[in-house]
Design a protein around this ligand. Sequence first.
Ligand code: F6R
Length: 609
Amino acid sequence: MCGIVCAISNQPVLPLLIEGLKRLEYRGYDSAGVALLDEDGFERTRSVGRIADLVAALGTGINNTSTAGIAHTRWATHGAPTRNNAHPHLTTGKLAIVHNGIIENHQSLREGLIKAGYHFESETDTEVILHEVDRQYQQTGNLYEAVRATVKRLKGAYAIGLISSDEPRRIVGARSGSPMVVGLGEDGHYIASDMAALLSVTHDFHIINDDELVEIDDDGVRISNLDGETVEREIFTSDQHAGAADLGEYRHYMLKEIHEQTQAVADTLEGRIAAQQVLTGIFGAQDEAIFKQTRAIQIIACGTSYHAGLVAQYWFEKYGMACRVEIASEFRSRKHTIADNTLLVTLSQSGETIDTLAALKIAREAGVAHTLTICNAPESTLVRESELVFMTHAGPEIGVASTKAFTTQLVSLLLLVVSVTRHHRLTQADETKIVKELRELPSIIDETLKREEEIARLATLFADKEHALFLGRGTQYPIAMEGALKLKEISYIHAEAYAAGELKHGPLALVDEKMPVIAVAPNNRLLEKLKSNIEEVRARGGHMLVFADDQARIDQTAGVEIINIGRVDNIIAPIVFTIPLQMLAYHVALIKGTDVDKPRNLAKSVTVE
Ligand code: F6R
């Protein structure tokens, strides 16, 4: 997962390349680089670290006035995050490349190129593409043809941009498996990994599909297929504001995004529910016809999105609909049987997660009846490749640890549960009740956010711990998993989540005064059982933090801290209880002084295997 930005303009391109890289930093942030081209040739600067480090490395070069260039922010796959492995890569001083993706057959290509006399300067798979293009270029003398011949030889995923000093007013891009858009500006034409990178210069885009190439020059844009035939593409106008991704008054994007959940949930519900019912047609014109036939749900997702799917499984089954949930990377790597009339639901913030995309393709090939995606990126591949689409209106999520995307996924899933199961066990009374709870949800989230100070105080109990155990039952079990994931991602504390009933089947052995236990306590028939778990932990000297609602009546005793979340109905409880767990992870990370928005080793969008 890397980010690329390329530009041909009648204005100096460095400012927009740097701005674009900053907006793509969520995709990778271990090294960065830029190659600018003018009549004197290439001026390349690369550095290890963030875009700020690249700007520092540029020094007075920040005033460079070149009007063509390519830039990259990297998340290392092949080769350590060193300056030498950073992009752009250059060959013979006249050809430069940026690449996002992984080339699977790099080894065999590398061997052939070494035999042909090429010398490799980096450990990256990208350099293989560069030399192969160079070899083809020497035969064809045409950059576009050289790239076209090269990509036909590549196996794997790529979004590449290349520029040659022999054709200084042209950039050639190609895509397979990694996202790519072309921006159409007043002063020039641009290629980038996503639209957000280019919003400061344009809102008009062409989306490039797999197995397509694109050439940009001073006159325009040409998109073509691998046979070299021109492909017509409509213009997509983005309504995102360039400033939507700004930090504003907040210290971190994660904190901003936690606080945006009131609005994000309200926006996701807007136009989707009436006074007492969930509207039809909100998943697509054919949704009712498809949902009537649906006999089983298969959910596929990764990470946090997978946790949202696990909550939905409890909801679907409660109202009589069989539901399976699987991690996309597992789904794609095994044989499976898909029942007749299954609706395949993919969940993804980015819509570009490679495992989820691959799983969707496999399920389609296996003959799944219908596909639906719940996604936060309207222009993403997942949205384009799914039959039914439901957008979470969370707005841009920049913090690597997902927050508002998760809660809006849960809201969307609850709407889906109603829309599907009203043809099964869900009654009109159930629907009216769920809609009532959903209507109240934004203000309940708002109230919950007001507990931040209390949660910040509790975070001090964790900062010096190395491990933590999260417990939950029913729909709160996946929420415990999500709480543990948030804590480990941004505070680097090892955290595990268990279904509370499993405690005495093993993990209880770990509990002592050094292992805090966080329980998410539902106010339902499972509560009494959770109370016994609390006693089991207390009896072993463990310190317990219990998030409960005001009906739970759990006693605050030595070693047990109760955080009362107020009145929360069970159906929306998983959504509400997520908020304090996010805040807890955030405040622990703050105390530990980690890089909250860009935790080590991670990237926001996992577009490589
Ligand atoms: C965790 C997190 C990741 C993502 C996962 C899937 O905070 O953000 O676990 O949830 O990489 O990403 P999407 O939802 O974009 O498919």
